[in-house]
Design a protein around this ligand. Structure first.
Ligand code: HBI
Ligand code: NLE
Ligand code: FE
Length: 437
């Protein structure tokens, strides 16, 4: 790799040929080659090194860890009992998976060490792959999908609009720079952006009384009463985040765009919603395939303030932690047909609770017309229904109630094959992992 130049001195390097991987490292390497997300995610590991020489070798260890952008979290040494070894050093590091592999390889090549062992730490095993354990780990869960972007997609209304693309970049920078615990920076929205919001906001006001579910309407009123939802200006995410925290403990963090399903779902496990902060192009106020802050605010926020719905959202997130790629695909399909496009019943009448329906008048009216096919929500079949994300949906799923959807979802999730259990500790914002084997 490109870090090879920074390796410790070659003077005493052993040849590559006598280097073999231990079982732990094979697992580590397999996991890394499976997914570049896993490669780039930070994780902890413990290394046990047998130092042939005196403490001078410590400097070499630290320098090498630094070369691979690792962070030392713990270091201890003790005199060794083994002949030919003066000291043993135990080092706990935090670094990306891919750099960890390179680090071990590099240390192994030095004759200063009689042995370099990777001790199995919490995150390194085939049984529990890396996933965020604490809300602050979500700083690593911001990988974007490149789909329908103004820079790249000719069909995007912003493709030919240089100012719009510039604005998008500027707002994306805020999300890239954001770290856990930071207040979400305010955006000075332009007149055009506030105007787009106002057009959508007013149509939602018109259609909501008849077509939105009761939980949505109740929370919407609270957002109006708190002066967060007003027609003439786009709400700031920081204000919305404090509002949600008070109601359900959900908080927001800014996202630069459409995230990978794995990263997006993982945040829900911590009651964190990754929210975009840019505004759709003013040429397409009533439907856009990509999430924007109008979609997040008018679609998602009211229901995230509802305790039962918040619980459902978190459970989808918890189910996604450490799930296989095919399970992630199923979970995101369930998410798609419930949280984004769900319909439910109220006194025999069809109501919308899906965020992408509530933020798009175009699609809301389509969903409630006689054009699409409606099916009852059943996680087993819903989770494998293919869908497209550019046009209106041809199929929608109808839940009896949130409670019923949650019940069915729980029963279905329990059939998934994860060899461990997770539970969220709200006091520490940490996910605790319970091995079941
Ligand atoms: N990313 N920022 C963002 N917002 C979403 O609503 C979103 C996402 N990534 C994936 C996704 N939604 C869903 O399509 C599911 O795959 C989870
Ligand atoms: N189609 C939705 C809207 O126009 O508000 C956004 C969908 C985001 C997944
Ligand atoms: Fe959404």
């Amino acid at each position: 790799g490109h870090l090879a130049d920074a390796d410790i001195g070659d003077d005493d390097a052993k040849g590559d040929e006598d280097y073999t991987l231990t079982e732990e490292e094979v697992i580590l390497q397999n996991a890394a080659s499976e997914s570049s997300e896993a490669e780039q995610a930070l994780q902890q590991a413990a290394l046990l090194l047998h130092m042939r020489d005196g403490m001078g070798s410590l400097a070499r260890i630290l320098k090498t860890i630094d070369n691979y952008k690792g962070c030392v979290q713990h270091l201890e040494t003790c005199p060794s009992q083994v002949t030919g070894v003066q000291f043993d050093a135990l080092v706990k590091v935090s670094m990306t998976r891919i750099n960890l592999i390179q680090l071990i390889r590099s240390l192994r090549q030095s004759t200063a060490f009689a042995g370099v062992n990777l001790l199995t730490e919490n995150n390194i095993s085939s049984k529990t792959p890396w996933f965020p354990r604490h809300a602050s780990d979500l700083d690593n869960c911001n990988h974007l999908m490149t789909k329908y972007e103004p820079e790249l997609d000719m069909n995007h209304p912003g493709f030919a609009d240089k100012d719009y693309r510039e604005r998008r970049k500027q707002i994306a920078e805020i999300a890239f720079a954001y770290k856990y615990g930071d207040p979400i920076p305010s955006i000075a929205y332009t007149e055009i952006e506030n105007g787009t919001w106002q057009r959508v906001f007013n149509t939602v006001l018109d259609l909501m009384p008849k077509h939105a579910c009761r939980e949505y309407k109740a929370a919407f009123e609270k957002l109006q009463a708190a002066d967060i939802f007003v027609p003439h200006r786009i709400p700031q995410l920081e204000d919305v985040s404090s509002f949600l925290r008070k109601h359900t403990g959900f908080t927001l963090r800014p996202a630069a765009g459409l995230l990978t399903a794995r990263d997006f779902l993982a945040s829900l496990a911590f009651r964190v919603f990754q929210s975009t902060q840019y505004v759709r192009h003013n040429n397409s106020p009533f439907h856009t395939p990509e999430p924007d802050c109008i979609h997040e605010l008018l679609g998602h926020i009211p229901l995230l303030a509802d305790p039962s719905f918040a619980q459902f959202s978190q459970e989808i997130g918890l189910a996604s932690l450490g799930a296989s790629d095919s399970e992630i695909e199923k979970l995101s399909t369930v998410y798609w047909f419930t949280v984004e496009f769900g319909l439910c019943k109220e006194n025999q009448q069809l109501k919308a609770y899906g965020a992408a329906l509530l933020s798009s008048i175009g699609e809301l009216l389509h969903a409630l017309s006689d054009k699409p096919e409606l099916r009852p929500f059943e996680p087993a079949s819903t989770s494998v229904q293919p869908y497209q994300d550019q046009e209106y949906q041809p199929i929608y799923y109808v839940a009896e109630t949130f409670e019923d959807a949650k019940d069915k979802f729980r029963r279905w999730v329990s059939t998934m094959s994860r060899p461990f259990e997770v539970r969220f500790n709200p006091h520490t914002e940490r996910v605790e992992v319970l091995d079941s084997v």
